[in-house]
Design a binder for this molecule. Structure first.
Ligand SMILES: NC(=O)c1ccc[n+]([C@@H]2O[C@H](COP(=O)([O-])OP(=O)(O)OC[C@H]3O[C@@H](n4cnc5c(N)ncnc54)[C@H](O)[C@@H]3O)[C@@H](O)[C@H]2O)c1
Ligand SMILES: [Zn+2]
Ligand SMILES: [Zn+2]
Length: 348
């Protein structure tokens, strides 16, 4: 079968790899109907995240049809179409029962194999899904591929970021980063009633998206976000700041934008070694800092209604629809934000 595989820094290949087989009775094999590239794929792509095996199929955003199932799988049948979160989870451990499926004791990330262990990803013709009963959700009839993919990761992540920031609809929010996840954070904050959201980026077309989706755009290369946000808050700073980039410079500016007693909610995966603010700086701000991997599986049920309501708007995020065979170029375009690329939908 075909897959987009990792072969070192900025090197993705479209090549043949072995088809997955059932490895345990809780597995299913999914035939991928559509998949996408995430900002998180760019971390191993640039080797900011190290240790990914060469030859590993990339990607953790996909949707498709169950074509084979293990003997112990109860909730799914061959022929079912599924939503898959970006990590697998058992559904019954301490963390799964508490809504933190991203920290399931059996958790694994799709598209992450190190030293021969781990899961191949979904940018492929087929993908093996372990613990299918705990991981997968049957797709409601009529749900678009785009919505299913977004629910598996970035819609849930944007929502998670907004939720853990404890949005105050009367307050002022700042969203640092207007990539796909940043836009989803803006969308979710609006759904939670936020009225005054400032959105930071330096890429013009991404700022235009943020504005269309209801935020006040700030090009941080041309304007001073801190001055603008302080002006809007009697000098205090934002009540909630949502960090959706994953670079130290962005975390630093997010920190500076929060008012004393406010919340900094981070979903950006920052591969640096230190937080760019000190304990005493956090102390002096009475900062609430929340960070982590989104428990996309745990959030599926509560998100489905909102996702369906806005399905047409959300699908516009996929600015490019391409065959999987053009995935190598799609990586370059998404990474370099060329051709106004926001998100790419790939079809095997
Ligand atoms: N926590 C989770 O569970 C989870 C899930 C999905 C994605 N992520 C992470 O979310 C982050 C964003 O993902 P994405 O797909 O939107 O990525 P992306 O790379 O497409 O977007 C990042 C955006 O941030 C902008 N940016 C860069 N530096 C900035 C700065 N200093 N200030 C403001 N904006 C800046 C870029 O121009 C870009 O538009 C990544 O780090 C990704 O790994 C985390
Ligand atoms: Zn992702
Ligand atoms: Zn679990």
């Amino acid at each position: 079968m075909k897959a987009l595989t990792f072969h070192g820094r900025e090197t993705i290949r479209y090549e043949d790899i072995e088809e997955p087989v059932l490895e345990s009775p809780g597995d299913v094999i999914v035939r991928v109907e559509a998949c996408s590239i995430c900002g998180s794929d760019l971390h191993p792509y640039h080797e900011r995240e190290k240790g990914l095996d060469h030859g590993c199929a990339m990607g953790h955003e996909f949707t498709g049809e169950v074509v084979e199932k293990g003997s112990k799988v109860k909730s799914l049948q061959v022929g079912d179409h599924v939503i898959s979160p970006f990590t697998v989870s058992c559904g019954s451990c301490f963390y799964c029962r508490r809504g933190l499926s991203s920290r399931c004791v059996h958790s694994q990330l799709f598209g992450w194999r190190a030293q021969g262990k781990g899961l191949h990803g979904g940018q492929a013709t087929y993908v093996r899904v372990p613990m299918a009963d705990g991981t997968l959700v049957k797709r409601p009839d009529g749900l678009r591929d785009e919505t299913a993919i977004l629910l598996g990761d970035i819609l849930a992540t944007g929502y998670f970021c907004a939720r853990q920031s404890m949005i105050d609809p009367e307050g002022v929010q700042a969203v640092v980063g207007c990539g796909p996840v940043g836009l989803m954070a803006i969308w979710a904050a609006r759904k939670m009633g936020a009225q005054r959201i400032f959105a930071l980026d330096s890429v013009k077309h991404r700022l235009e998206w943020a504005e269309r989706w209801g935020a006040v755009p700030i090009n941080y290369m041309e304007e001073d976000p801190l001055a603008l946000i302080r002006d809007a808050t009697d000098g205090r700073g934002a009540d909630q700041v949502l960090e959706v980039v994953g670079l130290e410079t962005a975390v630093r500016s997010a920190f500076e934008l929060v008012r004393p007693g406010g919340t900094l909610s981070a979903v950006g995966v920052c591969t640096g070694t230190h937080l760019p603010f000190s304990p005493v700086e956090a102390y002096d701000q009475n900062l609430t800092y929340r960070i982590g991997r989104c428990p996309a599986r745990s959030l599926q049920t509560e998100l489905l209604k909102w996702a369906q309501e806005d399905a047409d708007q959300l699908a516009t995020l996929f600015t490019h629809h391409l065959p999987l065979g053009e995935g190598v170029e799609a990586y370059r375009m998404f990474d370099q934000k060329r051709d106004q690329c926001m998100k790419v939908l790939l079809r095997p």
